[in-house]
Design a protein around this ligand. Sequence first.
Ligand SMILES: Nc1ncnc2c1ncn2[C@@H]1O[C@H](COP(=O)(O)OP(=O)(O)O)[C@@H](O)[C@H]1O
Ligand SMILES: [Mg+2]
Length: 236
Amino acid sequence: MKILEAKNIVAGYHKSEILHGVSIHLEHKEVVTIIGPNGAGKSTLLKALMGYINIFDGKVIWKGEDITHLKPYQKVKKGFGYVPQLGNVFPSLSVLENLQMGGFTQGKDTIKERMGRVFELFPILKQKLSAKAGTLSGGQRQMLGMARALMTDPELLLLDEPSAGLSPKASEEVFMTIADMHGRLEKSIIIIEQDAYQSLSISDRCYVLVMGKNEFEDEAQNILSNPKIKEAYLGG
Ligand SMILES: Nc1ncnc2c1ncn2[C@@H]1O[C@H](COP(=O)(O)OP(=O)(O)O)[C@@H](O)[C@H]1O
Ligand SMILES: [Mg+2]
């Protein structure tokens, strides 16, 4: 079952059009990676899907319902969770406060229960509860960003370059956690990545975006196992 369909999305900033008719979809519980060169419009696509920027043309369909022009908070209510590449935590607030902020629309008991589940997935955050987010390592901060998004119990997670700036080891841990969010929490997930090997290895399918347009799409395994395609889209 398709839960999300973005059809011919035209979007951008003020009058500059960045996405010139991008189409993607996501099946229930699927993990999809979107790759493409710097400036291709990957982050712009996530912002458009979340409602942070206007969609000039095209449609976003969520479980059969047209939600193209809903505001971000309305999309969160529908089940969208978004972890932007930058600014996904409040550095001067503690880990606990960041999680509370993430769940602020929920009741006290719900926050408590969700935090319990979040700590099962991110035990390190439980140990660092009173540490300021700004003192965490890059990998821990990324985990906190994802944990914050989980506080609204989203059905869909949009992750913008979760491994950006991380060491190979931290990056591996982050992708293991993403695989867990998929496997244990049954989330449907869209991941944007520039360096896509790890992301593809936990994904079902992949889209390649170039200059605001769909360039290519295939099963993630096919991309990883075909040297020609690998070279074309992953630089060998
Ligand atoms: N806030 C913004 N205002 C105007 N243009 C922007 C803004 N953010 C990104 N852009 C432009 O949109 C294009 C696509 O950027 P982006 O979606 O960030 O690409 P990617 O995530 O694929 O690297 C770039 O040309 C970038 O300069
Ligand atoms: Mg980006």
